[in-house]
Ligand binder design. Structure first.
Ligand code: DAH
Length: 363
């Protein structure tokens, strides 16, 4: 019997040492199979207990059971420890979460100053309830001039001023000539044909004129505005443009309207904003020299505008615009001009040279 007890005690020592020595859950599992598995020594010994004299069976059986449950408990405890360690290791290893989106590349480049300015202007008018629409750059003479009440002898119609698009050789004669639009105003008529009153739109886009010097390029950009309803007055025009001027040039600005002439507005006005460099005084402190931006006048011209001429509404009468009932205002500004004034750009051509040293200064 002492022999059996000795064997069981040895198994206990070996088993506990093997459990303590296990470095992985797999090694622990191997130890479990080795000491407690079906073919292991201890269960075999337990089977042999039945052959012992009856008075010895109890003590040996008890000891063997103790050793088995002791080993079992040690394995469970060590197993929990190892699982925790292995989890910690896995987490450490998998610290990179491949399910996360990658690091976006650092942004390169920026918006061109003209794009940024166009968007800034659009934002202001969107905030005032206007919608942005666009129209064709290759336009019919009827939209570019006739619908806008231009006299048949208006100088802008001349081939020396405007780019006309020639019909292909042998093409049937066209009722309407085609040109590159000289302003964004033709979209006034197109938009009113598309949508009955009330309407409030701004129209950004490229326009073309046969001009080229420090203040003119053959292609440049405008933003047109049009608001029509039954009760729109010149006061609405002034309020709208004041809000625009303040948003773009600063809260302190004032606007002034000067009488002018455009074929498609009556009355027509040119709109000035008080100079943001000298605060409208025309002089610069402290030396009291003349303000170079507004040339000492205190005002900067920013756009042309007026109340829509009833003759323009007559053109879209069939689309719900009644010259007797509807009234509205329109305006048109050069985006280059706004950007030049605001950012002190001295030469229009800088916008188109694509010199990054210039472009990098903005946006
Ligand atoms: N189309 C004019 C131009 O290019 C600008 C303009 C003036 C637009 C008065 C308007 C307006 O809508 O009412 O010079």
């Amino acid at each position: 019997m002492s022999d059996l007890v000795g064997q069981i005690e040895r198994i206990r020592e070996d088993a506990l040492a093997a459990v303590a020595a296990a470095r992985t859950t797999q090694e622990l599992e191997d130890a479990r199979v080795r000491f407690l598995g079906r073919k292991a020594e201890l269960p075999n010994l337990l089977r042999g207990v039945a052959d012992l004299p009856p008075q010895e069976r109890g003590a040996v059986g008890k000891l063997a059971n103790e050793v088995r449950s002791g080993a079992d408990a040690a394995i469970t405890a060590r197993g929990a420890e190892l699982e925790l360690e292995e989890l910690r290791e896995r987490l450490e290893h998998d610290r990179v979460d491949v399910t996360l989106p990658g690091t976006p590349p650092a942004p390169i480049g920026r918006l061109h100053l003209l794009t940024a300015t166009r968007r800034e202007i659009e934002d202001v008018f969107c905030g005032l309830g206007f919608t942005v629409v666009e129209g064709p750059e290759v336009e019919l003479v009827s939209y570019n001039f006739d619908a806008l009440n231009h006299d048949p002898a208006h100088p802008a119609r001349a081939r020396t001023d405007t780019f006309y698009v020639e019909a292909p050789a042998g093409a049937p004669p066209r009722a309407d000539e085609v040109l590159l639009r000289t302003h964004t105003s033709p979209m006034q008529t197109r938009a009113m044909q598309r949508q009955p009153p009330p309407i409030a739109i701004v129209v950004p886009g490229r326009v073309y004129r046969r001009d080229s010097d420090a203040t003119h390029t053959p292609q440049f950009h405008q933003i047109e505005g049009l608001a029509v309803d039954e009760d729109i007055t010149l006061a609405d025009l002034k309020g709208t443009l004041l809000a625009f001027a303040r948003a773009i040039f600063g809260d302190e600005r004032e606007v002034r309207l000067r009488p002018h002439f455009f074929p498609f507005t009556e009355p027509s006005v040119e709109v000035d904003v008080s100079c943001f460099q000298c605060g409208g005084s025309g002089t610069r402190t402290p030396a009291h020299e003349r303000c170079n931006l507004c040339k000492g006048t205190g005002w900067l011209e920013i756009l042309g505008s007026g109340m829509v001429d009833p003759n323009v509404f007559a053109w879209v009468r069939d689309h719900g615009y009644d010259p007797e009932r509807h009234q509205g205002f329109a305006f048109g500004m050069g985006i280059e001009r706004i950007a030049m004034l605001k950012h002190g750009v001295p030469d229009l051509r800088l916008f188109y040279d694509n010199d990054v040293r210039f472009l990098r200064q903005f946006g």
